[in-house]
Design a protein around this ligand. Structure first.
Ligand code: ADP
Ligand code: MG
Length: 685
């Protein structure tokens, strides 16, 4: 067996008990442990003399012990161990509480490295509970201390020890996958030294070089992987769709006039479609900016040219809604639309598959069910993915593979940082809808604490009395006792108990069947349900114009962009609309995040602030963009490395080095492994 894949419990000093704790940190194999890098580092390279430190500062110094340790009994079994030490110039008292075992370890006349917070009083300079370790020689000593993410019952010291053992025994099995020519060209370290330096750097410069080395490798592998996935299904030649005359009639017949931005984007799309080259375009536009109608126009154009079109949405609710919207937009036109989701029943499904293959269905709307192998089109010309950020890259590619180089249109309300767009889409063209349809008002946003719930209820009842409808969003479906969060079920029961006799309340969440969801959404759309309590299943795309108020429980539990998306469910007409964020988290950062939502309705601005407040790690921490999790590289800090890696990836692929040059074999294996893992990644809905 490959030694790196061995269970982590075989690492010296780990064993089954500690292995369990490591598992909690997602460390299962030796390899996982080797690549479990510190969260931060404590720089202990600046060692000063005692008198240079201010009160309360953290001291790093080398001291010699002057007195034999003494133990004194304080009140309540509290034992105090004390020694006097000196750095040759000033004396310092080192004091430990209830750690009398240290007595035998501290020897008079010996040198120790000592670290702790200085407390100066009238009589002496003290450090309470300092860290202390024998200072034998400068080189054996950790100058820059790695600080690891930890879990209960596992200390940083233990972690350091375990990782040291692990590197000693297993680092030799780590291969350098970068060919020498690249490594030399960029003056990078070899991989083993880089890994070692990232755990136990000798100095900050070495740490930076190690980071750069591993970040480059990581980004190059990522870039090669993404390009490989793309190349599989991409040829440059696409379909020539002409801009059909009937299209203008259709646009004129719409119930509204397109905004200037929408018109521009439609033109960009139709130009792309008319062009020889395969279209590969991303449309980004804030929630409510009117992306659906744009995709309808594009799909209609494909159909007018004798092709089929398909549109994939991330949730069943959204797919259903698109189906209804398109059916009504095309009500006066001979066009056959079908809906396919995982809960379409068997006979219906068979019928759809048959007609799809015969070319009798023009437009297929669905969830990721439509990427299944048995879904075959007769002549697929255009593929649309809505709310692209919810899908993995592979899913988009699989859908595209159902046609013969179909044109590709992806739509998103979550603006993507430039660097990420480069990775995800490479040569993708981007259109932006810059304005909302006319008449939209700013969604008035309030932040309140949950103890004001009754006032909030009064407010929503007033809205209902004025003829509107209300969404209530909760972070959980059912209550669990571990978190103190509001669940959709408990809030539903509360509201139903209080107001149910007068106003119908509904409940919707991911555990309901498709039929049940359809029923609830239908009753909300037709106005029968006045108050809809839900989880985030309504986050993307749902469009009920009469709903003008949203209340979000435990708002601090959601991401800013997510709150913005949720809030986008109201304010979809010219009615004044409201969003009430219930927040009981009074930390500075939570309050700041609430403030951002109150102050702006601009999704792009919110996304930027989100990034800033959360930090890129967390922002990219989720699999939301469908790319493998990066361990070292940071897409913001390392944008320059990314650009270099992209150029190199292009060069490597254009020269076919990955396949024909044996120096690149290990790199190719790594890329294949990643593609394999992405293929098997569980699809989230
Ligand atoms: P999103 O961009 O969030 O997907 P939708 O396509 O769901 O937005 O559109 C939101 C609402 O705005 C829908 O009710 C749609 O009919 C309406 N709409 C779209 N374009 C216009 C327009 N130009 N003028 C007025 N209403 C529009
Ligand atoms: Mg939409």
């Amino acid at each position: 067996m490959n030694d790196l894949k061995k269970n982590v419990r075989y690492v010296k000093n780990v064993g089954p008990k500690r292995a369990e704790k490591l598992n909690k940190l997602n460390i299962h194999s030796v390899e996982d442990l080797i690549f479990f890098f510190p969260r931060s580092y404590e720089d202990r390279t600046t060692i000063k003399s005692i008198k240079e430190y201010e009160n309360n500062e953290t001291l790093n110094c080398v001291v010699t012990i002057k007195t034999v340790p003494t133990i004194s009994n304080l009140r309540n079994n509290l034992k105090l161990l004390k020694v006097i030490a000196t750095d040759g110039d000033s004396d310092i008292s080192l004091i430990w509480f209830n750690q009398t075992y240290l007595k035998n370890q501290i020897k008079v006349g010996e040198k120790y490295f000592c670290r702790g917070k200085i407390a100066k009083n009238k009589y002496e300079i003290q450090i309470q509970n300092p860290e202390i370790s024998p200072y034998t020689n400068a080189s054996s000593f950790i100058n820059i201390l790695p600080v690891y993410p930890l879990t209960d019952g596992l200390s940083n010291k233990e972690m350091i020890n375990i990782i040291k053992n692990c590197l000693e025994e297993y680092l030799i099995y780590v291969d350098d996958i970068l060919p020498d020519e690249l490594r030399n060209h960029y003056n990078l370290m070899n991989k083993r030294s880089a890994i070692k330096a990232l755990h136990f750097p000798n100095n900050m410069a070495e740490l930076e070089k190690a980071r750069k080395t591993l970040a480059y490798e990581e980004l190059l592998v990522l870039q090669l992987t993404m390009s490989n996935i793309k190349i599989k299904d991409k040829t440059d030649k696409g379909i020539n769709f002409i801009r059909h005359d009937k299209l203008n009639l259709f646009i004129e017949s719409l119930p509204f006039e397109l905004t200037k931005s929408q018109k521009d984007v439609v033109n960009e799309i139709l130009d792309d479609m008319a062009c020889e080259k395969q279209m590969n375009r991303l449309v980004q536009g804030d929630v409510g900016s009117g992306k659906t109608v744009i995709s309808a126009i594009a799909m209609f154009n494909a159909v007018l040219n004798g092709y089929q079109a398909t549109m994939m949405a991330p949730t069943e609710i959204l797919a259903l809604q698109h189906y209804e919207t398109l059916t009504s937009l095309f009500s006066k036109i001979e066009i056959k639309i079908a809906l396919l989701t995982s809960s379409t029943n068997k006979t219906e499904k068979e019928e759809i598959l048959k007609n799809l293959a015969l070319g009798e269905i023009d437009i297929l709307i669905g969830t990721h069910s439509i990427i299944q192998e048995n879904v075959l089109f007769k002549k697929l010309g255009l593929v649309v993915t809505d709310e692209q950020h919810r899908f993995g890259v592979n899913q988009r590619m699989k859908l595209a593979a159902k046609g013969n180089s179909p044109d590709i249109l992806v739509m998103t309300a979550t603006p993507i940082p430039r660097s990420l767009a480069l990775i995800l889409y490479g040569d993708l063209d981007i259109s932006t809808i810059k304005e909302l349809p006319p008449g939209r008002q700013k969604i008035e946003t309030f932040v309140m604490s949950t103890d004001k719930e009754d006032e909030v209820f009064n407010f929503i009842i007033k809205q209902i009395e004025n003829g509107h409808q209300v969404y209530i969003v909760c972070p959980l479906i059912e209550s669990n006792n571990s978190d103190n969060l509001n669940s959709a079920e408990s809030v539903y029961h509360k509201l139903n108990g209080k107001f149910g006799e007068k106003y119908i309340c509904g409940l919707i969440h991911g555990k309901l069947s498709q039929k049940e969801k359809e029923k609830v959404m239908g009753d909300f759309k037709n106005g029968m349900i006045k108050i809809l309590v839900s989880t985030t299943v309504i986050e993307v795309g749902v469009n009920v114009a009469n709903a003008n108020t949203m209340v979000i429980y435990n708002a601090d539990r959601f991401g800013l962009s997510q709150l913005h998306q949720l809030r986008g469910r109201v304010g979809r007409s010219s009615h004044k609309s409201y969003c009430i964020l219930l927040n009981d988290n009074f930390s500075k950062i939570a309050r700041e995040r609430m403030r951002v939502l109150q102050s702006t309705n601009d999704g792009f601005e919110i996304s930027e602030k989100d990034l800033y407040l959360r930090g890129p790690g967390e922002f990219f921490g989720t699999k939301q963009h469908g790319i493998p999790q990066l361990k070292i590289a940071n897409l913001f800090r390392d944008i320059n490395i990314l650009k270099v890696a992209q150029d190199d990836a292009k060069y490597i692929l254009s020269e076919n080095k990955l396949i024909f040059d044996s120096k690149y074999t290990l790199l190719k294996n790594k890329v294949d492994e990643l593609i394999y893992n992405m293929d098997n990644e569980i699809i989230l809905n």
